[in-house]
Design a protein around this ligand. Sequence first.
Ligand code: PHB
Length: 368
Amino acid sequence: MPPTRLPPSQTIHMPTLFSPLQIGPLELPNRIWMAPLTRCRAEAGHVPGPLMAEHYGQRASAGLIVAEATMAMEGNSAFWHEPGIHNQAQIDGWRLTTDAVHRAGGRIVLQIWHGGRACHPLLNGGRQPVAPSAIAICGEDVHTPEGKQPFVVPRQLTDAELPTIVEGFRQAARNAMAAGFDGVEVHGANGYLLDQFLRDGTNRRSGPYGGPLEHRARLLLDVLAAVAAETPLMGLRLSPLNSYNDIADSDPIGLITWLAQRLNDLPLAYLHLMRGDFLGRQHGDVLSPARQQFRGVLVANAGYSAEEADAAIASGAVDAVAFGTAFLANPDLPQRVRLGAPLTPADPATFYTAGAAGYTDYPCLPAI
Ligand code: PHB
């Protein structure tokens, strides 16, 4: 028997970094996403300004931009000069960015967060941070107006306060849509509040929000249900292996396996997974169980080269890859990948400094 040949219309093409991808109502022209990057460039009052609009507008060729972690509720700042989305001035400020990105033909969602115990009183008018349990981050420092400081012991949130946090995320999602974003990414990663609830190293509660994973995930799932009602495009970022912010879980693979399955019950357009640990302590494969369980779009992040990302997409392991440092230093990253052009290295000295240097002055390739 000769081998069966598929007619041309049925030929199976493996996707590449440049295959279009549908997420929610958006068709993305490529699968090279810009990862959320804290850059501490907001103006006074956590208001995004024209410089931020220029920065994101320069990167509009990304399949999707995930704008940096942004304070959902007042008084929970984890980074000096981080942006917020809880008042009208911030909504108006973000409008500059969404207009700049859309004018340049791009797409952008906003990552909304609550820092939990990573919020320092010196960044929040003296307010003590809150967390699932009264356990401080040890072994790391936070950059404050008074220099580097150790983290403080947070106040344990009561069960009765948690619906207020859910409402804060809901309002932030509504505000993000009012600012012109195409959608919202909920930050459930990297040791901030929702991750602090998820992982058993930081959540020592009993009751409806503590103990078994089903309870530890309750706050996150409630937040997702609330946010989903406000936006046509909701994503979620998770990092079950990351130990950054002094966080750990006794069973990260069990966590992602259970949660990825459970996320199918929600209108979640994509799951954005940090595959590793910023600090290199914890190892394991979180992408495979997520792929097996979650039926939506899976986006991977952390340390991919373009070649590795393309292979991961072609093999079907993931649908897209988010690039952080490479996008920071190469505003035209998709074009460079397409041409095989060299990448400009990033300058870590300007990651968190003020102004245009290392922010809006990275070069694009000369026009051909
Ligand atoms: C950081 O800038 O260190 C940072 C910010 C947000 C994250 C992770 C790391 O989710």
